[in-house]
Design a protein around this ligand. Structure first.
Ligand code: NAD
Ligand code: ISE
Length: 336
């Protein structure tokens, strides 16, 4: 039988997830939708024959909803995720689990009170073939220990409601998580450098930024975050190790050579760049809901990334380029 799914906040990514569940993935069906904009919820629900609910609480309580996907605005995640946990329903929450560590701690407390893992966080880069191959090379030991990592996270543009701080909590959080995944270490400090600002940005925003992180074994990580580059969705990652360097391929696309030179298409957005990763991530989540055991990125991973974000946001708001320590609580045995 299919997993009957309710979606809370189907905006850009939520509608992409509905399309993949409906058209591409197996054993999942979207049966319920809610949004703070009820007319929008109705427009999303009609073509798939889903029921519209007045709010997240009503959707979560619905008898025919087996599991929940939260794709609303980050600050709204905590309430919906805790409600799903309290109803005993598995919940896939898009990143960030919540924008601050304090909110993530409350989610973890609710999950532990419930006594079983119910939450998966949408850190889809862990499912990307390129990052997985990078990890396999590092884990093989062929290139020795990782020493430094250079990352590039560029978006063509950001919307007006993309606020100062979201460069860290909404954008660089992908690198923060995937660095923990690749290196198998926690991050111990964060610093934000603020280069000259582009004129192609809203006045409230510092853009671009460089986030500098250090891990427990002293690997130095830099993340260029540029969310108004005007040209495309451009992701890069190069790990410099003792006996070699390993980098993601550029864009996963063909390279064309001709009289005009050599070029490859730049992805337009996250859907194009990470389509395969999103499909694998959500298919594995549906499978794990059916199997009754959630195995993907946990609330602990959401929390560990949020603590780094807290330090990064403090640095962004401080004068100059100040480094802030990242202090995690001890990992609960529940998440071992
Ligand atoms: P969006 O603004 O397009 O959509 C958000 C939707 O949630 C809107 O329809 C809005 O009306 C609704 N909403 C807001 N608050 C709500 C609430 N309290 N209850 C119900 N509905 C509510 O945003 P988006 O770009 O789709 O991003 C949504 C989430 O997904 C964010 O957390 C973002 O970080 C994440 N995201 C992840 C990826 C990825 O690459 N994994 C890509 C895009 C977005
Ligand atoms: C967005 O929420 C995403 O997750 C995208 O992958 C990222 O590139 C973008 O900066 C975020 O705002």
């Amino acid at each position: 039988m299919s997993v009957r799914i309710g979606i809370i906040g189907p905006g850009g990514i939520g509608r992409s997830h509905i399309a993949r569940i409906t058209d591409k993935l197996a054993r999942g069906r979207v049966v319920a939708v809610t949004d703070i904009d009820p007319a929008h919820a109705q427009r999303v629900a009609d073509p798939i024959g889903a029921t519209v609910y007045a709010d997240d609480a009503a959707l979560i309580e619905a008898e025919d909803v087996d599991a929940v996907i939260v794709t609303s605005f980050g600050p709204a995640h905590e309430g919906s995720v805790v409600r799903a946990i309290e109803a005993g329903k598995p919940v896939f929450c898009e990143k960030p689990l919540a924008p601050t560590a304090a909110e993530c701690l409350r989610i973890m407390a609710a999950e532990q009170r419930g006594g079983r893992r119910l939450v998966q966080v949408g850190f889809m880069r862990r499912y990307d073939a390129g990052y997985r191959e990078l990890k396999a090379v590092l884990d093989s030991g062929d290139v020795g220990e990782a020493l430094m990592v250079h990352n590039r996270h560029r978006n063509p543009s950001s919307p007006e409601n993309y606020l100062e701080g979201m460069s860290i909590t909404d954008t660089a959080i992908h690198e923060i998580d995937v660095m923990r995944f690749l290196l198998g270490e926690e991050i111990v400090s964060a610093r934000v450098d603020k280069p000259k600002r582009t004129t192609n940005r809203f006045p409230h925003l510092s853009d671009p930024l460089v986030l500098v992180l250090r891990t427990t074994s002293d690997v130095l990580i830099d993340v260029e975050i540029f969310v108004n580059n005007t040209y495309g969705y451009d992701i890069g990652c190069e790990v410099v190790a003792e006996r070699g360097a390993v980098a993601l391929g550029d864009q996963n696309a063909i390279v064309r050579t001709g009289t005009a030179g050599r070029s490859n298409r730049i992805a337009a957005d996250y859907n194009e760049r990470f389509e395969a990763a999103f499909n694998t991530e959500l298919q594995e989540w549906i499978n794990s809901v059916q199997a009754g055991e959630i195995v993907g990125p946990s609330s602990w991973d959401g929390y560990a990334a949020a603590v780094v974000c807290d330090a990064g946001v403090r640095s962004l708001r401080a004068d100059g380029s100040q480094e802030f320590a990242v202090e995690l609580i001890e990992k609960p045995a529940f998440y071992a």
